[in-house]
Design a protein around this ligand. Sequence first.
Ligand code: ATP
Length: 238
Amino acid sequence: MLDARNALLAVKDLQAWYGESHILHGVNFDVHEGEVVTLLGRNGAGKTTTLKSIMGMVGRRQGSVRFEGQELIDRSSDQIARAGIALCPEERGIFASLNVEENLLLPPVIRPGGLSLERIFELFPNLYERLGSSQGTKLSGGEQQMLAIGRILRTGARLLLLDEPTEGLAPVIIQQIGKTIRALKEQGFTILLVEQNFRFAATVADRYYVMEYGRIIDQFATSELDANVEKLHDYLGV
Ligand code: ATP
């Protein structure tokens, strides 16, 4: 059993609101150094809101988000990024008028340890092929997703929050994203992944938390997945 006291990220009783809408009702989970942890759940369960709340990007939040032992709940998004957490949003945020290199250079390097462009291109060789020549929107969905992940690797973040990186992508590209996530894990990054596709999640994750109505309702390790497949089908409606 992992000891919650040594978690890299410890989320406790996290509540969040958009305006008057109360979306998270007390979310509890931990992510340990070097793990890939996946939040599973149906549309609207609160997975994206959980990632945004960790980054301080919701109207109001309450509870506790501890990272490396520091309490971040009262910090600004900017301070949270400087603490070493980066979010790759579902909508990817690629700038259409900028080329691959300009998009990659957009976020500032805010901590030591960020990957150089050379290392990012080693992870994503097809981005290198498109370097300079392609504007953001001329890239395929898979290339845009890789660019969005590559971009946050420059910042120096140690904890990467990836929101549905496989959404809308072809199976062969999903396999490439899986390979990249495994390579990032090997390089020492810690990853919190939001997914609806648990078949994909099973290829990369160490542990899973299931969300429903703004709460965590269950959790499994990869070794327990087979025994829980039926339950997961019920939770995810697949
Ligand atoms: P999805 O896969 O659809 O993104 P999710 O589990 O990530 O699902 P969230 O996006 O976190 O779910 O949404 C949780 C709830 O919050 C939903 O009911 C959604 O309608 C609501 N919500 C999301 N963003 C906003 C917003 N900006 N303002 C108000 N309500 C929002």
